[in-house]
Design a protein around this ligand. Structure first.
Ligand SMILES: [Zn+2]
Length: 164
């Protein structure tokens, strides 16, 4: 990776997903490719969940953040629907940030159809119950911790996601 590509990646770690405040698009594993040609930057991103209304917003935020860099003349952001995103692409830092904001990160190496258990992001207990499978967005669920009595959100595992 070139110096410039690394600089772009560092900037992308400061652009948050509007639906998951304080978790950057880079830590969510949405950055698929960064190409630099002189002062022109081309970024390919993978959308996390289909029909995410925030895609245009993310595009704009990424473009604005990258174009603030002194050597960048233009930045094009493209969402590729051919690349598949899975919750395994979320970085350790991304998972740490999710937990900090009361959202349990998705299980690792999840296989479709498997039972899915979630640890409470506040106290770590696995004594949690699914309160409501429909969270504020399609990608999250509301759960309830029976140990510390806090409601919390959990990200659903996504593997081999196919856009229909
Ligand atoms: Zn708890």
């Amino acid at each position: 990776m070139s110096q410039k590509q690394e600089e772009i990646r560092a900037v992308l770690r400061t652009v948050d997903d509007p639906e998951l405040p304080n978790v950057s698009v880079a830590d969510l594993g949405m950055v698929h490719d960064v190409l630099v040609k002189e002062g022109d930057v081309f970024i390919t991103m993978t959308p996390t969940f289909a029909g995410c209304p925030a895609l245009d917003f993310i595009k704009k935020n990424v473009k604005t953040a990258v174009e603030e860099m002194t050597w960048v003349e233009s930045c094009e952001v493209h969402f590729s629907f051919e690349e598949k995103w899975s919750t395994d692409a979320i970085t350790e830092e991304g998972k740490r940030q999710l937990k900090k904001h009361g959202i349990a990160p998705p299980p690792e190496n999840y296989q479709p159809g498997e039972e899915w258990t979630v640890d409470c992001p506040y106290c770590g207990s696995d004594y949690t119950s699914m309160e409501n499978v429909f969270g504020p967005t399609a990608c999250r669920s509301i759960l309830y911790c029976t140990s510390c009595r806090n409601p919390f959100e959990a990200m659903k595992p996504v593997v081999d996601y196919v856009i229909t």
